[in-house]
Design a protein around this ligand. Structure first.
Ligand SMILES: Cc1ncc(C[n+]2csc(CCOP(=O)(O)OP(=O)(O)O)c2C)c(N)n1
Ligand SMILES: [Mg+2]
Length: 535
């Protein structure tokens, strides 16, 4: 095998079936190896979006998402997506071509130092050679997948990609978070201590986050909530880790209604932070209640203080606490229901009667789409409403970037969600600013025949930033964006497109037939004034 073939065999062995990328000449050997081994290649319209597709692949499958670029401008274009996977904690193998090794130090045209460029945004930035490729791939896959997962960047030099590999044994390491056996570091005593502390607490609450979702802790979490009678607040990227119709679901943190959510948490007297990753916090930590950190990794960030850490298999830890539990439920479901009702009321604050409000759009789409729908959302004011208002029922059914929070994520993510789940409806929520960044991918979605529903919040503004200007009494300057007629843009991209101005028109549109073989792009001309009331 040549070096590229060994790399591809490792990726296949790790269960990866897709490469998302944009090629240049140093990639040709790798692409041919991928083609011959039956991998699918998805040609994003730029490296940045192809990389975000790989991130969504990693999020949805729990296996590394693979993206590929050429040297120089391709690799610098890829940086944003690699950084996004880094802060969203998603396993990724990012591959960039490079000039031949003997010219790398001295030649200048298109040559950038990948090691220095990718090191700050990846778990490991490395390169392969004929006598190292097998070992590097083992370490790269293991590193990308280990808690906390993230991206590994691999440089493939032009003189290496087609060279015969000598380090060519395919021996896949265990790729689960901790390997074959996942140890619970907390002792049995510590775990029953937690049950004891729960018993003594009056108002304990769980704050669940992305590590809980990665650990597939959804069942263990709902069992613990049922057993102990515990409200569960979720972090945005873990939406769906508890069915939001579950009576113990108590809202999403740091999205719309943020003040009310923090007040709810401030009312607790013991917090179990279950796989909660502080990368999702927008504001500084506001609580001074005793906190127990339950996670696959120690609380090294120290963004929030925890007096006790239970580190290991989150499912096993939650189950052992539930098993050690004796006593009456701590909360009554009616109390959690009252909180959820207050949350709902706050969510609708600032609605303007007779106008198309952002929450009207979220509601209409949720109502029209079945339970099993996968939703993706972009970054901006609309995300904060979708993040609180969209009712999620299953783990990994809501995709958003909330670590790096890069605009332009939701359309590439929706493409991958549909590609991997052809039978499930997929809706992409995006702002007019975010869509403008990545609208070339509509053509890709159409050419793949994906029947996405793309819902665009058209407010002619980078609203989230415009609001910050208004808060300081500054005029909107550099934050207005010219309206685009999506009814014209979408067909030029092979999609269907409609602009709507009212709830009634949106309702009619969603109740009608949608195309089955291409995206429907709905431009919702919203009145953004509700956003001002919210944030
Ligand atoms: C790549 C990137 N650039 C800039 C930002 C800063 N930013 C956050 S929200 C936002 C406005 C987004 O506008 P739009 O997509 O129209 O959404 P809206 O806020 O109007 O709902 C900006 C510029 C970002 N998060 N990501
Ligand atoms: Mg906007």
């Amino acid at each position: 095998m040549n070096v590229s073939e060994v790399m591809v065999q490792y990726l296949k062995a790790a269960g990866v079936g897709h490469v998302f990328g944009y090629p240049g000449d140093p990639n040709v050997e790798f692409m041919e190896a991928a083609r011959r081994s039956g991998m699918q290649f998805v040609l994003g319209r730029r490296e940045g979006t192809a990389g975000l597709m790989a991130e969504a692949y990693g999020f949805l499958t729990g296996r590394p998402g693979v993206c590929m670029s050429t040297l120089g401008p391709g690799s610098s274009n890829l940086v944003n997506a690699v950084a996004n996977a880094w802060l969203d904690r998603v396993p990724m193998i990012a591959i960039s071509g490079q000039i031949e090794r003997k010219r790398e130090q001295t030649f200048t045209h298109q040559v950038l130092d990948h090691g220095r460029m990718f090191s700050p945004v990846s778990k490991w930035a490395t390169h392969v050679a004929p006598d190292t490729v097998g070992s590097v791939m083992r370490k790269a896959l293991r590193t990308a997948m280990a808690e906390r997962p993230g991206p590994v960047h691999i440089t493939t030099h032009a003189d290496v990609v087609g060279a015969a590999a000598t380090d060519d044994a395919i021996v896949l390491p265990p790729l689960s978070a901790a390997g074959g056996s996942f140890q619970v570091f907390a002792s049995g005593t510590e775990r029953s201590d937690i049950a004891d502390r729960l018993r003594k607490a009056k108002r304990p609450v769980v704050l669940a986050g992305i590590a809980a979702q990665r650990a597939n802790a959804h069942q263990a979490l709902s069992r613990l909530a049922d057993t102990v009678g515990l409200p569960v607040v979720v972090a945005p990227m873990s939406k769906g880790v508890l069915d939001e119709e579950n009576p113990w679901y108590a809202g999403t943190l740091d999205m719309a209604c943020n003040a009310l959510m923090w007040d709810f948490l401030k009312g607790c007297d013991l917090l179990l932070a279950v796989g909660f990753d502080a990368v999702e916090l927008i504001k500084p930590w506001q609580l001074s209640v005793p906190t127990v950190h339950i996670d696959a990794t120690p609380n090294t960030d120290q963004v929030y203080p925890a007096d006790t850490e239970l580190v290991g298999d989150i499912v096993a830890i939650l189950e052992s606490i539930a098993a050690a539990w004796k006593g009456a439920p701590k909360w009554k479901p009616a109390a959690v229901k009252r909180h959820r009702e207050a949350l709902r009321a706050a969510y609708y604050a600032g609605r303007v009667k007779g106008h198309l409000n952002p929450t009207d759009v979220v509601d209409a789409v949720r109502e029209a789409m079945p339970r099993e729908t996968i939703a993706t959302t972009d970054v901006g004011s609309h995300k904060l409403l979708v993040g609180q208002g969209w009712t999620a029922h299953e783990p990994r059914s809501v995709l958003m970037s909330n670590g790096l929070s890069s605009m332009g994520y939701s359309l590439p993510a929706a493409i991958v969600a549909k590609l991997l789940n052809p039978a499930r409806p997929v809706v992409c929520f995006v702002g007019d600013g975010g869509l403008a960044m990545v609208q070339g991918e509509l053509r890709l979605a159409a050419s793949l025949g994906l029947d996405l529903l793309v819902v665009v919040f058209c407010d002619g503004s980078l609203n989230r930033i415009e609001i910050k200007q208004a808060n300081r009494n500054y005029p909107s300057w550099g934050t207005l964006i010219e309206p685009t007629d999506l009814a014209q843009l979408a067909p030029a991209m092979g999609c269907e497109g409609v602009m709507v101005d009212s709830s009634a028109a949106l309702g009619r549109l969603l109740a009608g037939k949608r195309p089955k073989d291409r995206p429907l792009v709905v431009g919702a001309r919203i009145d953004p004034s509700q956003y001002t009331a919210q944030f």
